[in-house]
Design a binder for this molecule. Structure first.
Ligand SMILES: *Cc1c(COP(=O)(O)O)cnc(C)c1O
Length: 371
């Protein structure tokens, strides 16, 4: 945040909360002076429950419902990032007070990342192409309660270069002159020993140099990092449940793609260690697998480690972003707990799901079984 502010004082950093949607994290973001962005009623409820100031909430999404928009308007959130013309129709019906709006545009930038993480290419489902933006902006400007404030873009996630960000700033400047430009998130991180990611300073230099060259000097500049804030702050702890030496060595743990979907979705490689036997020689290369009923539930394809035993503590690094986000109940798995650790102190912020939590939504079927 300070890095952006020293380079471009009229700026704001929004934590992209979908990367770690936990009440404890919303609270931490707010305490650190960040604004937050949300993409739906659920994330709005989590943010409000955490005590996030509605004046610091920005609402994204390509398919916001009337009910969600009403929740956001009732809460008095700062900005709605309008995705499409239907949403302008909805807002025409729903607005009773002035509301600040940005328009999401498709910059037509190749983010050079995994296809499921690229969101700014010409065929993106998010936002409007630049040639349709003008009409949408005119509609918003002519409405007495719509306070059109500028444009937004987000080119994708896990981006390992800086040129793409500069290109996006240049493209968005062509849409017109506005008070605010929100250039999204997407900075990638190093997940493995070999991967290299740009540093935050290089990333900010690329964006702000492009802003100096292309945007009005008095514009407000927003960025929305998610992954780069939380990915490497998080590790997942598993216990080895089964060690099977057949053709290969399979070390199976008490979790899997129910808590770590990212691998199946994007083939991202991670690193794992045996946390309690780190200093023993790493003499075996294993398939670190989860317990969900998919052969694709492979956490690390070929992880070097000491010969594993049942009960070993397996730590998988850099799982702070998008792991809890996509956790699910596959095979009746219970969503994991989240523990914050700082200065040697551990604090539970999200408890593990219980079997009662799992059953709660099925109450209608259980009631029916009783009659
Ligand atoms: C996901 C998302 C972000 C954050 O992306 P990261 O890669 O986690 O930094 C920011 N803005 C929007 C609109 C997003 O959808």
């Amino acid at each position: 945040m300070d890095g952006l502010r020293t380079r471009w004082p009229n700026s704001e950093v929004l934590f992209a909360s979908k990367s770690l949607p936990a009440v404890g994290m919303y609270r931490l973001a707010q305490d650190e002076g960040l604004s937050v962005d949300i993409a739906g009623g659920g994330e709005l409820r989590l943010a409000l429950a955490a005590g996030v100031d509605p004046g610091r909430i920005h609402f994204h999404g390509n398919a916001k419902t009337d009910a969600e928009l009403r929740m956001a308007l009732d809460a008095g959130i700062d900005t709605i990032i309008v995705d499409n013309d239907d949403e302008i129709d909805r807002l025409e019906r729903l607005l009773e007070r002035p509301q600040k709006l940005l328009l999401r545009v498709i910059p037509g930038v190749d983010a050079k990342t995994h296809a499921s993480q690229a969101t700014g290419g010409a065929n993106s489902k998010f936002g409007l192409p630049i040639d349709q933006a003008e009409r949408a902006i005119a509609r918003m400007r002519s409405h007495r309660l719509m306070r059109f404030d500028g444009v937004h873009l987000h080119i994708g996630s896990q981006i390992l270069g800086t040129g793409q960000f500069a290109e996006a700033v240049e493209k968005i400047s062509a849409v017109g002159t506005f008070p605010t430009y929100d250039v999204g998130g997407g900075l990638g991180v190093a997940y493995t020993y070999d991967e290299q990611a740009p540093g935050v300073d290089d990333y900010l230099d690329a964006i702000v140099d492009a802003a100096r060259a292309n945007l009005p000097a008095d514009a407000r500049l927003l960025i929305e990092p998610g992954r780069s804030m939380v990915a490497r702050a998080g590790i997942t702890l598993y216990r080895a449940t089964t060690v099977k030496r057949t053709g290969r060595t399979f070390v199976a743990v008490d979790g899997g793609l129910a808590d770590q979907m990212d691998i199946a979705l994007t083939q991202q490689r991670y690193e794992a260690i045996l946390a309690d036997r780190l200093l023993e020689p790493w003499t075996e290369t294993v398939q670190l697998v989860g317990r969900q009923c998919e052969s694709g539930d492979l956490l690390v394809d070929g992880a070097a480690m000491p010969p594993a035993r049942i009960g070993d503590l397996v730590a998988m690094a850099a799982t702070g972003a998008y792991a809890y986000t996509m956790s699910n109940n596959y095979n009746g798995a219970l969503k994991p707990a989240i523990v914050f650790v700082a200065d040697g102190e551990a604090r539970l912020v999200t408890r593990r799901e219980t079997y009662d939590d799992l059953l709660a939504t099925h109450a209608p079927a259980m009631a029916a079984a009783l009659v």
